[in-house]
Design a protein around this ligand. Structure first.
Ligand SMILES: [Zn+2]
Length: 273
């Protein structure tokens, strides 16, 4: 039995409904013949050339990434540009590319659910609901109270290692029970947080927004690397596809998760303790 690109796309879009994506986003199939057969799907955060090379090395004929290859209009996919080179390499090797971005952020389980699980949260609700059971970010209570420091240590132990590292703002010894999380860049949600939230875990927090939040609330912030937080979603998404299209499902697809750190941050100089 052969599984096709179209069937894999259909399975992914049952989990990550395209209509859940933000208006500005560009999700879906980027390249690949829908009728082509798929045997192995590689999951990655970024659609960059090193990941395409990894797909070739592991024998993947489809890549699923979180970030889109193209978010704005383009006039050329010439291989003289980095993204054009990705397109050419994919097509010349018969590898399909599919992106699940904000639809995977807003779905349940989705990107922020993986980060919530890494924090040890059980039941959560969306910080910014977009309908029943879906929305942006997650908030919930830890089964047992901890501290900002201990939660940071826990995240450091479960997130993939990065040069960027984890940054903390606020009192390291402050008690933590209620935790809000948002995979990726989450400072747009600072104003939406429940006042009962003890700490907010997200990425790409900017100076002024973080400072204003600290001054207004006295609560803590944990800034995790954007790439690492979203990487947590990859095993979850791969397991879902295994369930849908692998041995336990209707197909014969196998999956793997990229091991390449595609974060733009490649060095860390200065104080580390
Ligand atoms: Zn992201």
């Amino acid at each position: 039995m052969t599984t096709t690109v179209e069937q894999v796309v259909s399975a992914l879009e049952q989990r990550y409904l395209p209509e859940l994506a933000s208006d500005w986003d560009a999700v879906g199939l980027v390249c690949g013949d829908p009728s082509a057969s798929v045997q192995h799907v590689l999951f990655s955060v970024d659609p960059v050339l090193s990941v395409v090379d990894e797909a070739l090395a592991v024998g993947a004929d489809m890549i699923v990434t979180h970030h889109p290859l193209f978010l704005h209009g383009v006039h050329s996919v010439a291989p003289t540009t980095p993204r054009g080179r990705v397109v050419h390499t994919l097509i010349s090797h018969g590898i399909a590319l599919y992106c699940a971005h904000t639809n995977a952020d807003h779905a349940r389980p989705g990107v922020s659910d993986a980060l919530a699980e890494a924090c040890g949260l059980g039941a959560t609700t969306a910080i910014d609901p977009a309908g029943e059971q879906v929305g942006t970010g997650r908030v919930g209570d830890l089964p047992e109270a901890t501290t900002v420091r201990e939660l940071g240590d826990r995240l450091a132990s479960v997130l993939p290692a990065t040069e960027h590292g984890i940054r903390i703002a606020g009192d390291l010894d402050a008690p933590v029970r209620r935790v809000a999380v948002c995979g990726g860049a989450g400072d747009s949600l600072l104003e939406s947080l429940d006042p009962a939230v003890d700490v907010y875990v997200t990425g790409d927090l900017r100076h002024h927004r973080a400072q204003d939040y600290l001054l207004a609330t006295g609560k803590a912030l944990i800034d995790v690397p954007h790439w690492a937080a979203e990487w947590l979603w990859l095993p979850q998404a791969a397991a879902s596809l295994d369930e849908d299209m692998g041995d336990g499902g209707a197909g014969t697809v196998t999956t793997s998760v990229s091991t390449i750190d595609t974060s733009p941050w490649s060095a860390h100089i200065g104080r580390t303790s």
